[in-house]
Design a protein around this ligand. Structure first.
Ligand SMILES: [Zn+2]
Length: 301
């Protein structure tokens, strides 16, 4: 066991520590002692009801007991062992992720792979893991709206398949699996690509032939969104921005639509900001921490 983990286990409630992360953990304990994990989960579900998720998905509670008080929430895209270690080190007993920790059913949990080890580590350290995945993709104000916001798109609406779900408080919530909006000022295609590289910290955008007309209407789908390319064209988009697409899907759309693929991680990296906004608004006093662990498994060499 690492030294910091041993030290963390020795900490008692309210004990002041000298390092920065521990001070954060101390403050978490002081400020969020009345809020239970279930209340944070409910707040997230009110924003992005679980029935909005796709049928293949496993959003919702992944591990842990929800009646426990929150000592702090670590917000991230993926739950890896390093992220669980970060939660332990910062005194957070709740991790809120976009991608589910448990996506494929587990037949046993014996540390045989990275997912099993992360599950074991979370349970051993009394950390609850909650994932808000395609329900957050499909929600109003969710992942795709956040991406659109980072691009400065205005008048954003859903395109593609519309969703409707009943939230836990009984209200009907509308959703959809893509978002389309307009740039405040039409842009040349090369400037648009440059803007994406800078806004999403992208090393290399994968694009089809540069569009010779200006780009104004932009369709967005974070992650693996190529299934929405046809809908984006039908919706009148000049550009389609997503996280990943297959080689053959780029063919045949020259001068029809500007395809811009910015990377799965890069497209969804700001999802933790949505979690923070929801928790700060709905559960004031609960301290939130955006993960410092980069979980993008892809290197650009
Ligand atoms: Zn994703």
């Amino acid at each position: 066991m690492a030294d910091w983990l041993k030290n963390n286990k020795k900490r008692t409630k309210g004990e002041r520590q000298t390092d920065g992360l521990a001070t954060f953990s101390y403050l978490c304990i002081l400020n969020s002692q009345d809020v239970k994990i279930i209340e944070v989960l409910r707040a997230l579900e009110r924003f992005a009801p679980l029935p909005l998720q796709e049928s293949f998905d496993n959003a919702g509670l992944q591990t842990g007991l929800t009646e426990t008080e929150v000592s702090g929430a670590l917000l991230c895209l993926d739950v890896t062992e390093a992220v669980v270690a970060e939660a332990v080190a910062t005194g957070c007993n709740l991790i809120v992720s976009h991608h589910p920790l448990i996506f494929h059913p587990l037949r046993h949990i014996s540390g045989g792979n990275d997912v099993q080890r992360a599950v074991m580590m979370a349970i051993k350290n009394d950390i609850a893991v909650v994932s808000m995945h395609t329900n957050m993709d499909n929600a109003r104000g969710g992942v795709n709206f956040k991406i659109a916001d980072k691009m400065g798109l205005e008048k954003c609406v859903f395109f593609g398949e519309r969703k409707c779900a009943t939230a836990i408080d009984g209200t009907e919530v509308q959703g959809g699996n893509g978002v389309i909006g307009s740039l405040a000022k039409p842009m040349a295609a090369d400037d648009f690509i440059k803007m994406l590289k800078s806004q999403f910290d992208v090393e290399c955008v994968q694009a089809n032939q540069l569009l010779r007309r200006k780009i104004e209407r932009v369709a967005v789908c974070g992650g693996a969104g190529s299934f929405l390319l046809g809908d984006a064209i039908k919706a009148g988009a000049d550009a389609f921005v997503t996280g990943e697409m297959h080689y053959h899907e780029y063919f045949g759309h020259e001068q029809e639509i500007q395809i811009a693929v910015i990377g799965h991680f890069q497209s969804e990296q700001y999802t933790n900001e949505i979690f923070r906004e929801i928790i700060e608004k709905e559960c004031p006093g609960v301290k939130t921490l955006l993960t410092k662990t980069c979980t993008n498994p892809i290197l650009y060499l």
